[in-house]
Design a protein around this ligand. Structure first.
Ligand code: A2P
Length: 292
């Protein structure tokens, strides 16, 4: 395993198992993080229209490719269809703007960000159109529970390649992982490092001390060994570097099992209260506010 090691999606496309996330970064910071990541060997970047930083990612990608002698095809770029655009035509129209901001003619992966009630099937049909037109090399979902995944698969013709869910040692989505495994759908982790409490977890710290690694590195390594795609976010070059330095050790089966045992199955806490139609509270589409 190394930083550009890939997993194969159910449509045959290969995707790096480790990438950079940019949630909660503004455009300028996202551009910088993407450049740091590409300089440090990362070959996958995950953004979303909802993050308001697609334009920054586009600039970072353009500069990072040039700085490192890379071509667009060397990097696997993911973005997401925005809640506020849910529906068939609105998703298609919005996607053109997303390509423009990202300064690319295609994305490698396009994901439905959240399953907006009554609209996610229409949104998915838009993703199918984009996929058939070759403007997305793969299409997937995010934050879909089993019920919604089944509903989507029953009413549409292309199966998602992956489901991006919150996943980290304290939140392991066991039922969704099992459903995905059975259906040849991969699980991708958002918030793969968890929140402060995960990085400071004393049991993970003990494992980290044993391998002379940081807790972040142990968590990322555990995700790779569990077969999960992981996209840790950092804005600091030092962390971006550190998070990719996970290929010179291997967790023992016992240590993987120990981290497996930390699951608190907290999903219901946020999943149940989320408003499934419209935008989550406080989310604004800031994409046009940055001078690209
Ligand atoms: P920052 O962005 O300030 O560098 P997640 O990917 O699970 O959402 O976690 C992201 C959070 O973890 C960010 O706040 C990020 O900080 C922090 N982080 C990323 N990498 C590391 C690391 N190696 N050590 C400590 N904190 C990290």
């Amino acid at each position: 395993m190394k930083i550009d090691s890939t997993v194969t999606l159910n449509n045959g496309v290969k995707m790096p198992q480790l990438g950079l996330g940019v949630w909660r970064s503004d455009n300028e910071t996202a551009a910088q993080s993407v450049r740091f990541a590409l300089a440090n060997g990362y070959r996958a970047i995950d953004t979303a229209k909802q993050y308001g930083n697609e334009a920054g990612v586009g600039v970072g990608l353009k500069q990072g490719l040039a700085e490192n002698g890379l071509n667009r095809e060397d990097v696997f770029l993911t973005t997401k269809a925005f809640n506020g655009d849910a529906g068939y035509q609105s998703t298609l129209d919005a996607f053109n703007g997303q390509l423009e901001r990202l300064q690319t003619s295609y994305v490698d992966l396009l994901i439905i960000h959240w399953p907006v009630n009554d609209k996610y099937i229409d949104t998915w049909r838009a993703l199918e159109t984009i996929y058939r037109e070759g403007k997305a090399r793969a299409i997937g979902v995010s934050n879909f529970d089993i019920h919604r995944m089944k509903d989507l698969m029953k009413h549409t013709s292309i199966k998602p390649v992956l489901n991006q869910m919150e996943f980290n040692p304290l939140e392991q989505e066991t039922d969704i992982k099992e459903f995905c495994d059975e259906n040849d759908i991969l699980l991708e982790a958002w918030s793969p490092l968890g929140h402060g409490d995960t990085l400071k977890n004393p049991q993970i710290q003990k494992v980290a001390d044993k391998y002379n690694k940081s807790t972040a590195q142990v968590i990322i390594r555990w995700e790779l060994q569990r077969g999960v795609i992981t996209i840790p976010k950092s804005t600091h070059e030092e962390y971006i570097k550190q998070n990719a330095d996970v290929y010179d050790f291997e967790l023992s089966d016992a240590d993987v099992a120990l981290i497996d045992s930390l699951d608190l199955d907290k999903r219901s806490l946020w999943y149940g209260v989320f408003k499934w139609s419209g935008n989550p509270d406080g989310v604004v589409d800031t994409v046009d506010e940055w001078d690209k």
